[in-house]
Design a protein around this ligand. Structure first.
Ligand SMILES: Nc1ncnc2[nH]cnc12
Ligand SMILES: [Zn+2]
Length: 351
C-alpha cells in the first residue's frame, strides 16, 4: 500500500477546494462552541470557568484519545443554558459553514448532555431549530437535525430521551428526521442500543451511528446488522477487516470521515497515514466532515485542505468526496439534484 507524501497545495488547488460546494454530514453542534463564545456564555450565565482566559482554555485542547476530548466537551457544554445560547452557538456554526461553501448540514445534538443538567429538551430543540430555519429562509442553507443518544448511558436512558422528544416531532418535522449514537465507543457496542434503534426505525427516523472511530471493525458490522444504520460515522477502523470493506463497497455504505478529528484524537499519528484516500480509491463511499471543529482546529475547508495536501488528492478525487457527501445526505430528491448540478457545474468550470 503506497503512502503518498505530503505535498504543498498550489494556490489554484487551495482556491478550488475553498470554493467547492459542500455538504457536511457529521457535525456535533456542541462541538462548534468556540472558546470565545464559551467564555461569553459563561459570563452571560454567571458560570465560573476553571480557565482564566480563552487562550488557556484553547491550550487545554491537547487530547490523547476520544475520552480525553469528551471530558472537556461535556464540561464546555455546561455554559449552554437558554434557548438564546443554543441559537447563538448554531448561528455561529452556520456562519462558518457558509463561509466554507457548505450548502447543507446534518447536525448531531445530544439532548442528554443538557437534560441531565436540568435544561428542558424544548430549549435545546427551539434554540438550534430557530437558527437553522433562519439560515434556510435567509440563505437557502438547508439542514437536518440528528438527535443522538449518548452510548455511555443506558439504553433505558435513551428510551426516556426518545419519549421526551417525541411530542416535539410535529413541531420540528421540517428538521428532525435522524437519530444517531455517539460518545465513548469502546465498551459500549451497538448491541446495547438495538431495541431503541429498532423503535426509532419503526417510527420512521433515518438512523446513523458512530462506529469504528476507536472501536473495532466488529462494531461497524454490528452497526450495520443490529442497528441497520444508513451511514456509519467515522468507520475508519473498518480496514482491520477486509471482508467488511468489501461489504461497505458493495452496499455503497457511506462513511462520514472526520480527518482533523482523527488526528487530534490520535486515531492516526500523521495525516499522511490517514486511510481516507485508500478507502476512496478502493471504492468506499467516504465523505469529509468536521465533527467538533471548535476543538479539532478546523471547519470543512480545513479538513479538505488537510487531506488534499497530506494524501496528494487529485481534483477529481476531491470532487468525488463532495459527490459522495451529496449522495449520502438525507436531502430531498430535488434538493440532491440541485446540489449535484451545482457541484458538476463547478467541477466543469474549474477542470
Ligand atoms: N468524535 C466523537 N466521537 C464520539 N462521540 C462524540 N461526540 C462528539 N464528538 C464525538
Ligand atoms: Zn462525531
Amino acid at each position: 500500500m503506497n503512502t503518498p507524501a505530503n505535498v504543498p497545495l498550489t494556490d489554484a488547488m487551495r482556491s478550488f477546494i475553498e470554493g467547492l460546494p459542500k455538504t457536511e454530514l457529521h457535525l456535533h453542534i456542541e462541538g462548534t462552541l468556540e472558546p470565545e463564545l464559551l467564555f461569553a456564555l459563561a459570563q452571560r450565565n454567571k458560570i465560573a470557568l476553571p480557565y482564566d482566559s480563552v487562550e488557556s482554555l484553547r491550550a487545554a485542547y491537547a487530547f490523547t484519545d476520544l475520552q480525553s476530548f469528551l471530558d472537556l466537551y461535556y464540561a464546555g457544554a455546561n455554559v449552554l443554558r437558554t434557548e438564546q445560547d443554543f441559537y447563538d452557538m448554531t448561528a455561529a456554526y452556520i456562519a462558518q459553514a457558509r463561509a466554507d461553501q457548505v450548502r447543507h448540514a446534518e447536525i448531531f445534538f445530544d439532548p442528554q448532555t443538557h437534560t441531565e443538567r436540568g435544561i428542558a429538551i424544548e430549549v435545546v430543540f427551539a434554540g438550534i431549530a430557530c437558527a437553522l430555519r433562519q439560515a434556510r429562509d435567509d440563505h437557502g442553507f438547508t439542514s437536518v437535525m440528528i438527535m443522538s443518544f449518548l452510548r455511555h448511558l443506558s439504553e433505558e436512558d435513551a428510551f426516556v430521551t426518545l419519549e421526551q422528544a417525541l411530542p416535539l416531532r410535529k413541531d420540528y418535522a421540517d428538521l428532525w428526521t435522524g437519530i444517531g449514537l455517539d460518545s465513548s465507543e469502546r465498551g459500549n457496542p451497538p448491541e446495547k442500543f438495538q431495541r431503541v434503534f429498532a423503535r426509532c426505525r419503526e417510527l420512521g427516523f433515518r438512523v446513523v451511528a458512530h462506529a469504528g472511530e476507536e472501536g473495532p471493525a466488529a462494531y461497524v458490522s454490528d452497526a450495520l446488522d443490529l442497528l441497520q444504520v444508513e451511514r456509519v460515522d467515522h468507520g475508519v477502523c473498518s480496514e482491520e477487516d477486509p471482508a467488511l470493506i468489501e461489504r461497505l463497497i458493495a452496499l455503497r455504505m457511506p462513511l462520514t470521515v472526520c480527518p482533523l478529528s482523527n488526528l487530534k484524537l490520535c486515531v492516526v499519528d500523521d495525516m499522511a497515514q490517514h486511510n481516507l484516500a485508500r478507502l476512496l480509491r478502493a471504492g468506499v463511499a467516504v465523505t469529509v466532515n468536521s465533527d467538533d471543529p471548535a476543538y479539532f482546529g478546523g471547519y470543512m475547508n480545513a479538513n479538505y485542505l488537510a487531506v488534499a495536501s497530506a494524501l496528494a488528492l487529485s481534483r477529481e478525487e476531491i470532487v468525488q468526496l463532495a459527490r459522495n457527501g451529496i449522495a449520502a445526505s438525507f436531502i430531498s430528491v430535488t434538493g440532491k439534484k440541485k446540489l449535484e448540478m451545482e457541484l458538476e457545474q463547478y467541477a466543469a468550470a474549474h477542470a
